[in-house]
Design a protein around this ligand. Structure first.
Ligand code: PEP
Ligand code: MG
Length: 575
């Protein structure tokens, strides 16, 4: 039956394909007594054999798409599957207690997991616990005759449907086959949505009920530009969506003509259009979309894509590749912003009620736990600085004391490297992200000590409006054009300029076509966004005059009471 759902438009593009449900199956079971223990042992052997075969395929696929190093995680899983001691104990448990295979498996693997987890100061042991948990889940699924979703094994054109997608799930999606994704929860600035934009996968998030409505194999028509998804569309509806897709492709072809053009407004002013990246692999998109700089390199993906902390050498290579790839163009690298929705499988952080307000980002870097990690990252960055135009910034700065502490560690590592005879650039700028309202309000003080600001509106808006950026139920409060947000931004830009510093923006608002005219009028120097938004923003800026935009910004800041009034004002001015 045809059904239409509305969600939050998270990544532009249109697709019509069948649904692939990335949903965890029900793995519940009852403990039951059995007479025929041999039959249970045979079930265990069958489930182990099927799991082994499946894992070998996944490993092979991972080696092809992600590389041998990443594929080695699955070797650890295969080793667990063939561990004679553990398998022996599971079978013994069946025999001794006359119970079904499911409950023997659970009892024995839980015992191992508990044992490894108890050694909580040892990252290696934590990983073993995680490996056993993963493997036990796979074997249990085979015992119960259900299938675990494997996004990396998708080999036909599909729309992925999920309750939520983590950034690491998203990274596994193969663009060749995944034509779109649709989720129940999430917001436009959740990291999976941000990644969808850089992968150019159309996406709709926050539909609330897609997983409840869709069965595997249903045909879905997805329009990520406006946030509409139709389940089982009619032929007419399919044609309508395909037409919207063709129009979008034609529009993109128009924007592409501006790839080599300068970003000069109608009255001759230049603004810098930069790209946000998560890995050196994103450089291709940066060049294809004519970026003039990298305004945000989210280095935490380097940590998330790895099965252990990346070494100084690994990091040095990644930073060097990006710096060299950009020639003399600026590259703003943000030190690791772990926490919130970005978790590391090998770093167990205490469970928190409010992870976005908790122990994350610079707060980890400045604590005892993060000291080593942070210094390693700073050294890798300083060494890489000899290969391009590096700028470093710290995330989630709330107080000047935090900035000074981070800057002190930076100065210490820099001095150590110089003493060791290592070449370090002497033109590195060190700045901060403005994403906590306290720093936005006190920007005049910060401006005296930092080299630049980059406004992180994804977080700044959620903290100012007290509305979780991941929660679709409060997404109506996610208001980039609210005059309160605009006034905070204006204060940051003016404070930077008063001290002769520059102010950029690397939150998603920088590429928002309604916000851009106002930000131009406020005098923002650098706009950093998903690479795929650059050309449409260049096209918009070329049509506008900064003098007119100053008048517009002034009205938005002083005359408007609500976000709706601001939107109306911009629509009127930019028609
Ligand atoms: C931001 O908060 O605006 C930002 C750019 O950082 P992230 O989205 O990674 O939190
Ligand atoms: Mg942020």
């Amino acid at each position: 039956m045809v059904e239409m759902l509305k969600g939050i438009a998270a990544s532009d593009g249109v697709a019509v394909a069948k649904a692939y449900l990335l949903v965890q199956p029900d793995l519940s079971f009852n403990k039951i007594s059995v007479e025929d223990t041999e039959a249970e042992e045979k079930r265990i052997d069958d489930a182990l054999a099927k799991s082994t075969e499946e894992l070998q395929q996944i490993r092979e696929k991972a080696a092809q798409s992600l590389g041998e190093a990443e594929a080695q995680v699955f070797d650890a899983h295969l080793m667990v599957l063939s561990d004679p001691e553990m398998i022996g104990q599971i079978k013994q448990n069946v025999k001794d207690n006359k119970v079904n295979a499911e409950s023997a498996l659970k009892e024995v693997t839980d015992m191992y997991i508990g044992m490894f987890e108890a050694m909580d100061d040892n990252a290696y042991m934590q990983e073993r616990a995680a490996d056993i948990r993963d493997v036990a889940k796979r074997v249990l699924a085979h015992l119960l005759g259900v299938t675990l979703p494997n996004p990396s094994m998708i080999n036909e054109e599909v729309v992925v449907v999920a309750h939520d997608l983590t950034p690491s799930d998203t990274a596994q999606l193969d663009r060749k086959f995944v034509k779109a994704f649709v989720t129940d929860i999430g917001g436009r600035t959740s990291h999976s949505a941000i990644m969808a934009r850089s992968l150019e996968i159309p996406a709709i998030v926050g539909t609330k009920e897609i997983t409840a409505k869709v069965k595997a194999g249903d045909i879905l028509a997805v329009n990520g530009i406006i946030g509409d998804v139709i389940i089982d569309p009619t032929e007419d509806q399919k044609a309508e969506f395909q037409k919207a897709g063709a129009e979008f492709a034609a529009q993109k072809a128009e924007w592409e003509k501006l790839k080599e053009a300068d970003t000069i407004t109608a009255d001759g002013k230049h603004f810098e259009l930069a790209a946000n990246i998560g890995t050196p692999k994103d450089l291709e998109g940066v060049h294809n979309n004519g970026a003039e700089a990298i305004g945000l390199y989210r280095t935490e993906f380097l940590y998330m894509d790895s099965s252990d902390f990346p070494t100084e050498e690994d990091q040095f290579e990644a930073y060097k590749a990006v710096l060299e790839g950009m020639g003399d163009k600026p590259v703003v690298v943000r030190t690791m912003d772990i926490g919130g929705d970005k978790e590391l499988p090998y770093l167990t952080l205490p469970h928190e009620m409010n992870p976005f307000l908790g122990y994350r980002a610079l707060r980890i870097s400045l604590s005892e736990l993060g000291d080593d990690m942070f210094r390693t990252q700073l050294r890798a960055l300083l060494r890489a600085s000899a290969f391009g135009n590096l700028r470093i910034m710290f995330p989630m700065v709330a107080t000047l004391k935090e900035f000074r502490a981070a800057k002190k560690m930076y100065d210490e590592e820099r001095q150590k490297l110089i003493n060791e005879g290592v070449t370090v650039s002497d033109t590195i700028q060190v700045g901060i992200m403005i994403e906590i309202p306290a720093a936005a309000v006190l920007a005049d003080k910060f401006a005296k000590e930092v080299d630049f600001f980059s406004i992180g509106t994804n977080d700044l808006i959620q903290y100012t409006m007290a509305a979780d950026r991941m929660n679709e139920r409060v997404s109506y409060l996610y208001q980039p054009y609210n005059p309160s947000i605009l006034r905070l931004i204006k204060n940051v830009i003016d404070s930077a300029h008063a001290e002769g510093k520059w102010a950029g923006m690397c939150g998603e608002m920088a590429g928002d076509q309604t916000a851009v005219p106002i930000l131009m009028g406020m005098g923002l120097d650098e706009f950093s966004m998903s690479a795929t938004s650059i050309l449409k923003t260049r096209s918009l800026m070329k049509r506008l005059s900064t003098e007119d935009m100053k008048v517009l910004a002034d009205k938005a800041l002083n005359d408007c009471d609500t976000m709706e009034e601001v939107v109306e004002l911009v629509e009127e001015a930019v028609k």
